[in-house]
Ligand binder design. Structure first.
Ligand code: NZQ
Ligand code: ZN
Length: 386
């Protein structure tokens, strides 16, 4: 349990907090405003942000069209705009993809090397253009962490990286009302992603992590409890607020103090790198199969999870059968909230198996912590997920 925890992001949480941009941004700042396909224009946030930036006499440049599963080409465009215009601040308005791309832009803009070399950690940044975020989708926790995930569309490699402290947003504004328009399917993806982050950290190998385990168990239970209610009431403030809070707490570092496994994410990034499916969808498919597979090597935490979260009774059942029941309970929950539960449902079949295996090991030959996985293990999990 030895760790260093340093989270420098100032988080403004609650209704109307967009006004706090006025405290965070100095008069006359040269801003690069980044966003996605334009949903922020449909629900009025773009105009609100622009109005504030104008009041602050900011010089505003824009990078729009950042894709879900953000692509290296968008990052490169952003780096160029920053370098050509001496940008002082990047303001990302969107979900995880927009914020992640903006993190990569922020370090790329202050480096002389190719930004991809920073992403794959061949090079190290020594500065960044500060980044502020206005979050519109609760899921990734990127609003309060140093992580970013970028896809190189030429090689199909989807790489997660972090360069703390440079890739932490300086500030993030989280107003639950800005997530009211997130459609049902993206809300589902966010629920799955949040649960997955809690699971990945639950599957640490620490022997003294009981409190972290309990935080994770109760947060998973809570997400599963509110999910059906939220999906019936997408504009319910309290439920959007609860989800927004859970999703940043789930990945802002405080639950990572005992480590974590992250294999499911590694395998999912391979799938969405090649097939561009939603991150949450990929996680929902892979998680139950990963769980069944690792339980055959180390069932202890899967058993604990089943007893604590699903209140399943272990007596009279073998470890393997019990763990299968736990994994099936997750699968049923994912099915119930309407997410795909097999790769074939997403049009992915055995023909792509070897590419998916290889693409999982972009940065090394082993993934995982609770159970370490190599190519043969990942091949089996992917086969089970077909
Ligand atoms: O294109 P725009 O207009 O932005 O629309 C987006 C996009 O189509 C839309 N959306 C966002 N907010 C909305 C909205 N639509 C209506 N109303 C709103 N308020 O939703 C779609 C998906 O957005 P995206 O940003 O891609 O979703 P998410 O936040 O789930 O981010 C996913 C990306 O984050 C990565 C994933 O791999 C994926 O690339 N992750 C990042 C992590 C991190 N940085 O810590 C950790 C995660 O594990 C994850 O890997
Ligand atoms: Zn995730």
């Amino acid at each position: 349990m030895n760790f260093l925890l340093h989270n420098p992001t100032r988080l403004h949480f609650g209704k109307g907090k967009l006004e706090n941009l006025k405290n965070e941004i100095k008069n006359g700042t040269k801003v690069l405003l980044t966003y996605g396909s334009g949903n922020i224009k449909k629900f009025g946030l773009y105009d609100e942000v622009l109005k504030i930036l104008k009041e602050l006499n900011c010089e505003v440049h824009e990078l729009s069209g950042i894709e879900p599963n953000p692509k290296l080409s968008s990052v490169r465009k952003g780096v160029e705009i920053c370098k050509n215009n001496n940008i002082d601040l990047i303001l990302a308005v969107g979900g995880g993809s927009v914020i992640d791309a903006s993190k990569a832009i922020s370090i790329g803009a202050k480096s002389n090397c190719d930004v991809w070399d920073l992403i794959i950690k061949k090079e190290t940044p020594s500065d960044r253009v500060p980044l502020g975020a206005v979050l519109t989708l609760s899921a990734t926790g990127t609003e309060m962490n140093p992580n970013s995930v970028i896809t190189n569309e030429e090689t199909k490699q989807k790489v997660g990286f972090a360069h703390p402290p440079y890739t932490f947003p300086v500030f993030s504004i989280l107003d639950p009302t800005n997530t009211f328009t997130v459609p049902r399917n993206q809300t589902v993806n966010g629920i799955v992603d949040t649960i997955s982050h809690l699971l990945e950290q639950y599957f640490n190998k620490s022997e003294n992590g009981e409190l972290v385990d309990r935080f994770c168990e109760s947060s998973i239970s809570y997400m599963m409890e509110i999910a059906p209610k939220l999906l019936e009431n997408l504009e319910d403030y309290s439920l959007r607020e609860a989800m927004m809070y859970t999703s940043f707490v789930a990945l802002n570092g405080s639950l990572s103090v005992c480590g974590g496994d992250w294999s499911t994410h590694g395998i999912e990034h391979s799938v969405s790198g090649i097939f561009d499916i939603s991150h949450g969808e990929g996680l929902a498919i892979i998680t139950p199969h990963w769980m069944k597979y690792v339980a055959r090597k180390n069932p202890s935490k899967v058993i604990k999870l089943g007893e604590r979260v699903f209140k399943l009774k272990k007596e009279g059942i073998s470890d393997i059968d019990f763990c299968d029941k736990v994994a099936d309970s997750f699968k049923n929950f994912f099915k119930q909230i309407g997410v795909s539960t097999s790769l074939k449902e997403c049009g992915i079949n055995e023909e792509s198996l070897e590419d998916l295996v290889e693409n999982t090991f972009v940065l090394g030959d082993v993934i995982g912590e609770y159970v370490q996985l190599r190519r043969d293990d990942v091949r089996e999990i992917l086969k089970m997920s077909m």
